[in-house]
Design a binder for this molecule. Structure first.
Ligand code: ADP
Ligand code: ADP
Length: 229
């Protein structure tokens, strides 16, 4: 499960200013697509449409053949895990924040998700009633660390589709690569991964779609795009 299709998708926030002008692509279930392109290209808009913050103004989006407009919000939220650009954490332990939404998860599962998101180092440090900004131990989370908590939460939930909108941009490039690799590992043939990112540093994607001004200007594997220059 988890095949995504955009069929001639059109969208405008303001009627007189089209943003997406006939976008078509397919991500087979279990595959990874990276949507890259300059700021303003429409990458976040693609994520927002997929998560149905907005409805398309033309064409259609389907998941496993079903039009998104026929899917209830509830079942959509269950099938798509979204890690946004900025994560706001609950003022509670890191453990709580990771477990949020999947309370039945075992401690071992929580720890495995933390390990994959590279935050196992401080999951144990966080005391109960810990303040996520400035904890008892003076541990202040950076933007990148908060992102990793959000990523761990999403890994733990394990939805069929995972949406990362600039979710790893706040990380240094080494950690970013580590986390992308970890996500590829957990998602391999199980989770459809959609990564929206300014840079085409996502080497492991099955397909890279380059957007500019709401249109696809290039697509292919990382190697093919490099070969073309
Ligand atoms: P990207 O994620 O590639 O930077 P976005 O999808 O955020 O691009 O934005 C695409 C275009 O849509 C930009 O021109 C942006 O100014 C415009 N836009 C984004 N969000 C809104 C909004 N809520 N209302 C009006 N215009 C918007
Ligand atoms: P510990 O083993 O450290 O005493 P717990 O395993 O009881 O802690 O819980 C770990 C974290 O998960 C805590 O922050 C707790 O608030 C949260 N948590 C566990 N179960 C639930 C639940 N059913 N509802 C809300 N939060 C929960």
């Amino acid at each position: 499960a988890g095949t995504i299709r955009f069929e001639d998708v059109r969208f405008a926030y303001d009627p007189d200013r089209p943003i997406l002008q006939g976008l078509s692509f397919e991500v087979p279930a279990g595959k990874t697509v990276a949507i890259v392109g300059p700021s303003g290209a429409g990458k976040s808009t693609v994520s927002r449409l997929l998560y149905r913050f907005y409805d398309v103004t033309g064409g259609r989006i389907t998941i496993d053949g079903q039009d998104l407009r026929a899917v209830t919000q509830r079942s959509l939220r269950e099938s798509i895990g979204m890690v946004p650009q900025d994560t706001v954490l609950f003022n509670d332990t890191i453990r709580y924040n990771i477990r949020y939404g999947r309370w039945e998860a075992t401690d071992a599962e929580v720890e495995e998700a933390a390990r994959l998101a590279r935050i196992d180092g401080f999951i144990r440090m966080a005391p109960k009633g810990y303040d996520t900004e400035v904890g008892e131990r003076g541990l202040k989370l950076s933007g990148g660390e908060k992102q990793r908590v959000a990523i761990a939460r999403t890994i733990l939930k394990g939805p069929p589709i995972l949406l990362l909108d600039e979710a790893t941009s706040a990380l240094d490039s080494h950690t970013e690569k580590e986390i992308q690799d970890a996500l590829q590992q957990v998602s391999r043939n199980r989770t459809t991964l959609v990564i929206a990112h300014r840079l085409s540093t996502i080497v492991a994607a099955d397909e890279i779609i380059v957007l500019d001004k709401g249109r696809i200007v290039e697509r292919g594997t990382h190697a093919a795009l490099l070969a073309e220059g």
